[in-house]
Design a protein around this ligand. Structure first.
Ligand code: NAD
Ligand code: TYD
Length: 372
């Protein structure tokens, strides 16, 4: 693709979407970027502050369930590329309140596909070329045992949580619009992301915030569950490669080559926070409630809590296809990616304090109590 594109990014005010908008803006400055986001609890315009005065950028506050709005935006902005991030994304919430996941992830994805089909395949205003890129997760493949090979693109779908099931359904819908109608689509299934702007309900930012504010670090079950961690910028690069070099109709797994047990992640994080406080005296004044501020070990906050229902034991990605066909390789290992993330969290206290409002804390303490 060489000419400037008109790109609609759904969910662009969320964690990965905002990182992607920033990435795309840097790499493709001539492209028009339209961010469409409902600004749920996870969406935050502050995540887009650095691109908001970019020419060729527009933010639309809207819900992907709103068909008329989708048609208007697609037509008025002459969209030829969609990158679809908008979703309910937190497994714990899907266990307690699954309905929103079906609405946004399944029904919403279908509405977006229908709008794309109306403009791109069934109208006189169709652009010369188009692409619908769908962002999905490795959780659609279910869970692995210790000796199982990592997920490939051919692993059978076996989603275990309402979140994973809703994403699996959305993947199937995207596939079907390609097969049935000829919509030009690509899909990527990635592992657990971490990095700047991640809402502090997910493991890594939650643990950092709690460590800095002297709150318990809640490890579900015995902490032996394993995830493959992917630094968000590596994910954005992977999506770029899939969109520009991937086979239309194709699916690509994007991983970080970084399998860690949860308890090892949390221990590592505690050591890194202790080290940051030893290096920089000012942190004790900035975060007086952190154990590290008074010379205690952050690991003293680790608390084992009741396990998540249906908790998948292990996720691992085999990214050989993306590697061999697209030249994808993650740049960050966990040590470097985690240091970037911790530094960002230390420097952006205002950001995480603003998003950690009272209602979220209440929800967590209602659903996850100590003492498993
Ligand atoms: P997020 O929860 O941080 O952000 C989701 C964004 O979507 C928010 O800005 C929210 O306001 C918006 N949104 C939600 N419902 C909407 C609706 N109905 N209409 C319009 N906007 C809506 O999520 P994230 O972590 O950035 O994940 C982005 C995508 O990547 C999701 O599709 C998720 O399934 C996928 N994914 C995430 C991870 C991860 O580790 N975070 C891993 C694999 C795949
Ligand atoms: P999470 O960040 O919610 O991502 P996902 O469930 O999509 O993998 O959780 C990552 C892992 O960390 C998962 O095994 C659940 C576990 N976890 C905890 O032990 N404590 C927590 O407070 C959270 C949020 C997650």
């Amino acid at each position: 693709m060489t000419t400037a594109r008109r790109v609609l990014v759904t969910g662009g005010a969320g964690f990965i979407g905002a990182n992607f908008v920033r990435y795309w803006s840097d790499h493709y400055p001539d492209d028009r970027l339209v961010v469409l986001d409902a600004l749920t609890y996870a969406g935050n315009l502050a995540n887009l502050a650095s691109v908001s005065d970019r020419g060729n950028y527009k933010f639309v506050h809207g819900n992907i369930l709103d068909e008329a709005m989708l048609d208007d935006v697609m037509r008025q902005q002459q969209i030829d590329t969609i990158v679809h991030f908008a979703a309910e994304s937190h497994v714990d919430r899907s266990i307690h309140e699954p309905d929103a996941f079906i609405q946004t992830n399944v029904v919403g994805t279908n509405k977006l596909l229908m709008a794309a089909r109306r403009l791109w395949l069934d109208s006189d205003a169709a652009p010369e070329t188009h692409l619908f890129h769908h962002v999905s997760t490795d959780e659609v493949y279910g869970t692995l045992g210790a000796d199982d090979p990592p997920f490939t693109e051919h692993t059978t779908y076996a989603p275990n949580s309402p979140y994973a099931a809703s994403k699996a359904a959305s993947d199937h819908l995207v596939r079907s619009y390609h097969h049935t109608f000829g919509l030009q689509v690509t899909t990527s299934n990635c592992s657990n992301n971490y990095g700047p702007f991640q809402f502090p309900e997910k493991l890594i930012p939650l643990m950092i915030v709690n460590a800095l504010t002297g709150k318990p670090l809640p490890v579900y079950g015995d902490g032996s569950n394993i995830r493959d961690w992917l630094y968000v910028e590596d994910h954005c690069r992977g999506i770029d490669l899939v969109m520009n070099k991937g086979q239309v109709g194709g699916t690509y797994n994007i991983g970080g080559n970084n399998e860690w047990r949860n308890i090892d992640i949390v221990n590592q994080l505690c050591v890194s926070i202790d080290a940051a406080f030893s290096r920089d005296d000012r942190l004790a004044g900035q975060f007086p409630d952190a154990p590290a501020a008074s010379g205690r070990k952050t690991e003293s906050l680790i608390t084992f809590v009741k396990d998540r229902l249906g908790h998948d034991w292990r996720y691992a990605i085999d990214a050989t296809l993306a590697q061999s066909e697209l030249g994808y390789n993650p740049k960050e290992d966990f040590a470097s990616g985690f240091q970037l993330t911790l530094n960002w969290m230390l420097q952006n206290e205002n950001w995480w304090r603003a998003v950690m409002d009272g209602s979220y804390r209440d929800w967590i303490s209602k659903n996850y109590s100590a003492g498993a």
